[in-house]
Design a protein around this ligand. Structure first.
Ligand SMILES: Cc1cc2nc3c(=O)[nH]c(=O)nc-3n(C[C@H](O)[C@H](O)[C@H](O)COP(=O)(O)OP(=O)(O)OC[C@H]3O[C@@H](n4cnc5c(N)ncnc54)[C@H](O)[C@@H]3O)c2cc1C
Ligand code: FES
Length: 254
C-alpha cells in the first residue's frame, strides 16, 4: 500500500501561542503506525515540496492521526493555521520506531519538550512499573500532562525554571533518581532536544544502562534519498529518516 495519502484536517487545537495538536482524517487507505514512527506533513495549499516536514505520531485510531506541533518556521506556521476541512498531503508512517520492550525489563521513558510526542504512544501500552521522566522549559509547556496522568503510574516531572517538579531537565532528574529507583533491568526509551540527548547518552554510558533514542535531526527529503539527515554510528553514517529515527544507544558514536 502506498504511504502517500491525502487527508483532511479534523481539528486543530491551539494549546498555546507556540504549540498545537493537529488531528487529521486520512481520505485514502493507509498503513497503521507504530510508536516512534513519523510522518511528513505538508499543508496542501502550498506547492513547495520543501515545506514537507517530519512529525512523530502522537496518537491514532482507525479514523484519525494526531500530531503535536511546535511552531518553528514556515512549515509549522502553515500547519498551525490549518482549519477543519482543509486538505493536507501526508507521507507515512516512515522510519523505524521503538522496539517492543522485553517482558523482564523496566521501561524508563524520557521526554524533553515535543519529544513527548514520540514516546507518548508507549506510555499506556507498557506495564505498570514503567517510569516516565518528562521535562519542559516551564510548567505551561508540560503539554498533555492530564492525558499522561491517566496512562502512567510513575511520572517524574522537571522544568528548567523549577516552576513544576524538579528544577532541571529530564536527564538530570533521571540521573538523580537512578540510584533509588531499584528497578529490574532498566531500559531507556527517549526523545528530546539535542543537548538533552547528548547528556542522556553520557548518563547511560556511565551507568551501563541500555536504551533506544529517537533523533529529531533536520530532514530534507525524509525518504532516504538525500543523505541530509545522517548521524555517525559504529557501523558508519546512517540516515535518521530511514534507519532511524530510533537507534540503539549501543550503535551511537558520541
Ligand atoms: C523524526 C522527527 C520527528 C519530529 N517530531 C516532531 C514533533 O512531533 N513535533 C514537533 O513540533 N516537531 C517535530 N520534529 C521537528 C520538526 O520537524 C521541525 O520543527 C520542523 O520541520 C520545522 O519546520 P519549519 O518549516 O516550521 O521550520 P524551518 O523554517 O525549517 O526552521 C525554523 C528553525 O527551526 C530549526 N529547526 C528546523 N527543524 C529542526 C529540527 N528537527 N531540530 C531542531 N531545530 C530545527 C531551524 O534550524 C530554524 O532555526 C521532528 C523532527 C524529526 C526529524
Ligand atoms: S532526509 Fe534525505 S536521506 Fe534522510
Amino acid at each position: 500500500m502506498s504511504r502517500f495519502f491525502q487527508a483532511e484536517v479534523a481539528g486543530n487545537i491551539h494549546l498555546s501561542q507556540t504549540h498545537n495538536i493537529l488531528r487529521i482524517t486520512p481520505l485514502q487507505p493507509h498503513v497503521s503506525p507504530a510508536p516512534g514512527q513519523f510522518y511528513l506533513l505538508r499543508a496542501s495549499e502550498t506547492l513547495d515540496p520543501l515545506l514537507r516536514r517530519p512529525f512523530s505520531i502522537l496518537r491514532w485510531d482507525d479514523a484519525h492521526l494526531e500530531f503535536l506541533v511546535r511552531l518553528r518556521g514556515g512549515g509549522t506556521l502553515l500547519l498551525r493555521n490549518m482549519m477543519p476541512g482543509d486538505g493536507i498531503d501526508v507521507l507515512g508512517p516512515l522510519g523505524k520506531g521503538y522496539p517492543e520492550p522485553l517482558k523482564d525489563e523496566t521501561p524508563i521513558l524520557v521526554a524533553g519538550g515535543v519529544g513527548i510526542a514520540s514516546v507518548f504512544p508507549l506510555i499506556g501500552s507498557l506495564h505498570a512499573g514503567t517510569r516516565l521522566f518528562y521535562g519542559a522549559m516551564n510548567s505551561a509547556e508540560l503539554y498533555l500532562l492530564d492525558d499522561i496522568k491517566k496512562l502512567a503510574g510513575h511520572i517524574h516531572i522537571s522544568t528548567d525554571d523549577g516552576s513544576k517538579g524538579f528544577k532541571g531537565n529530564a536527564v538530570e532528574r533521571l540521573n538523580e533518581s537512578m540510584d533509588d529507583l531499584a528497578v529490574a533491568k532498566p531500559t531507556v526509551y527517549a526523545c528530546g532536544p539535542e543537548g538533552m540527548i547528548a547528556s542522556l547518552l553520557k548518563v547511560l554510558k556511565d551507568r551501563g544502562i541500555p536504551g533506544y533514542i529517537s533523533f529529531e535531526e533536520k530532514m530534507a527529503c525524509g525518504i532516504g534519498a538525500c543523505l541530509g539527515c545522517v548521524i555517525k554510528t559504529k557501523q558508519g553514517y546512517k540516515r535518521v529518516c530511514k534507519e532511524g529515527p530510533v537507534f540503539n544507544v549501543r550503535e551511537i558514536v558520541h
